[in-house]
Ligand binder design. Structure first.
Ligand code: NAD
Length: 253
């Protein structure tokens, strides 16, 4: 039973934040579902080679609805699990910091793919606030460079073709091995290595619960698959031990 889990490690994805008004990438209304070319903006080789891609990316960053988004009931559910002493860590693929804004302590959240709220220079590695760079864009710069060395600036997120932070990866691995239940929520589980933590935890003996609106490649090995809106499913899970593990598929709403 979910309620019996005492140490939960969660892997979250863009689906946790759609109820906050931030579209996911691969869901029915996802950014890439609607415009497959948008994926180029997150490809490091295209970004470095092509100024047009960077100009487009800066515009997209400025318009990202995440700047005005508030955490929703799905984010709050993790805060509640933590307050009940049942949460080990949240490994998130999200870059919007809404888990932290909901009130989860920074050391509970492992940002596998970085954060959209910082910039990093690809040459000197210097970091800064994204709001500072976006102010320069608003003032007319199309592709703001690093103030320190003149290098190309990007958001402090992991692009396709870039490696994940080894320290974050190590911590995520540890948290996946050290849990009695692994909860994957709002992720298509198609991005690696993030998705591999599901298998790692399950092989180490953790129960596996997958909550997602659509099927994932790991549904077959899950102890329970819950299909429904996460801002309803996750609060229900955090509140009451309603889900029997072994119940293969439960649909909400
Ligand atoms: P994804 O777009 O591949 O998958 C999201 C999944 O969530 C889909 O299968 C969809 O059916 C499901 N979903 C969407 N809304 C839901 C809801 N309300 N209830 C239940 N399920 C819902 O996302 P991913 O697996 O996280 O991978 C995409 C990559 O995109 C990540 O690397 C992430 O960094 C990035 N991303 C982040 C954000 C963000 O920070 N909010 C938004 C878009 C993309």
């Amino acid at each position: 039973m979910f309620g019996a889990a005492r140490r939960i490690t969660a892997l979250t994805g863009a689906g946790v934040s759609t109820a906050s008004g931030i579209p996911d990438f691969r869901g029915p209304n996802g950014v890439w579902t609607r415009d497959p070319r948008a994926a180029r903006l997150s490809d490091i080789d295209s970004y470095l080679a092509d100024e047009d891609v960077r100009v487009h990316a800066w515009r997209a960053r400025a318009e990202n609805p995440a700047w005005h988004a508030e955490p929703n009931a799905a984010h709050q559910a993790f805060v509640d699990l933590d307050a009940a002493g049942r949460l080990g860590a949240v490994l998130t693929q999200n870059i919007d910091e809404l888990h932290q804004r909901a009130g989860l302590a920074r050391d509970r959240v492992l940002e596998l793919h970085g954060t959209m709220r910082r910039t990093v220079c690809v040459h000197c590695g210097g970091t800064g606030a994204m709001t500072d760079a976006l102010r320069r864009v608003a003032e007319g710069e199309q592709d703001p460079d690093c103030r320190a060395c003149g290098g190309i600036l990007k958001s402090a997120t992991v692009y396709f073709g870039q490696a994940l932070d080894p320290d974050v990866l190590r911590e995520a691995r540890r948290a996946s091995l050290d849990c009695d239940l692994f909860l994957a929520a709002g992720t298509s589980l198609t991005v690696h290595p993030a998705a591999a933590f599901v298998e790692l935890a399950a092989k180490a003996g953790a129960k596996l619960v997958i909550c997602n609106a659509e099927p994932t490649p790991y549904d077959e090995i899950a102890d329970a698959v819950l299909r429904g809106p996460l801002d309803e499913v996750l609060p229900d899970l955090a509140r009451a031990p309603v889900v029997e593990l072994g119940e293969r598929l439960r649909t909400w709403g």
